[in-house]
Design a binder for this molecule. Sequence first.
Ligand SMILES: [Zn+2]
Length: 364
Amino acid sequence: MAKAKSKTKIKLRKSKTSKKPFLHIGGNDIGFGKTVSLTLPVSDLYTDSPVELPVRVITGKKPGPILFITGAVHGDEIIGVEIVRRLLQSGKVDKLNKGALILVPIVNLFGFILNSRYLPDRRDLNRSFPGTAGGSLASRVAYILMSEIVKKSTHGIDIHSGSFYRENLPQIRADTECTETMAMAEAFGASIVINSDVRDGSLREAAQRKGVKMLVFEAGEALRFDETSAAMGLNGILGVMEHLGMIKADIVREPDDIAHSKNAVWVRAPRGGILWDRASLGAEVKAGDILGYVSDPFGDDPIPILAPENGILVGRSNLPTANEGDGLFHIATFKNLPSKEEIKKDAAAIVPESQENALAVPDH
Ligand SMILES: [Zn+2]
């Protein structure tokens, strides 16, 4: 009896001195000041090969904000992979003052393997959050990400690109009504922030419901790594991490006004046909401006495509063919329109001079 008592005492003393791990992800205890690579089992391919979500976790010396970065939630929107690579090789996140950085560059592994936006059952992962453990494959992937990563985080940045041959001007989509989220957006340094409605079932919606402050970074085109998007994404994440006190990145930002857009409209093809003389991404347009023409393959009977509102082209189809009703141009409208110079300056600040025109997409 006495022996048992003393055993209990020892156990108690031990538990008092033992350090509680900072994070617990996928069955792994992660302490402070660590860099850990781990995988989260998702499923098996029908070849019986396991499908595992690769995750890198970097923890700081003490508790603090827990920031997750996700890429390829749409499997063909792969720019996040390049941004994460640059982030790790920047040497700026090897050691964190506080908090943790959780990197999940390829969330939709199935789509990524197939160069596809979707899961093999054609479900859209970004309409499947928060997911359930026993649901469809998309729902299960969403559930694993939510329970293992998102719910344990305080902040998140989800990286996307244009889809279906469309290219996006680098932009942040966020809840512009939330002061803390807007401070993050400002630290990210994007000149364009669009208060897009959260889509039902999106990662952003599910994370926000859990109190996680979220930015979606939309940049470039699916299945492409472009310099402007990658450089802006890297600078943006470093800026947010500095803002959260996780690192000292020495990011110098001019106090630019962020242009808030509460409204973005798609301009659709008035007929099926061949597109020509299209306006460039980033162009400032006025209502009634001609954005391009759509005609038959001989160039006959061209119909001008008109801008319905004043704004900036934040998205554009790069495909020179269109079916009637296809979304061709995405125009964001602004109260405080950023000047062409401001947008150009943003791009020039991060793009080598030789590529200064990277934002202007050649049409021909
Ligand atoms: Zn996407």
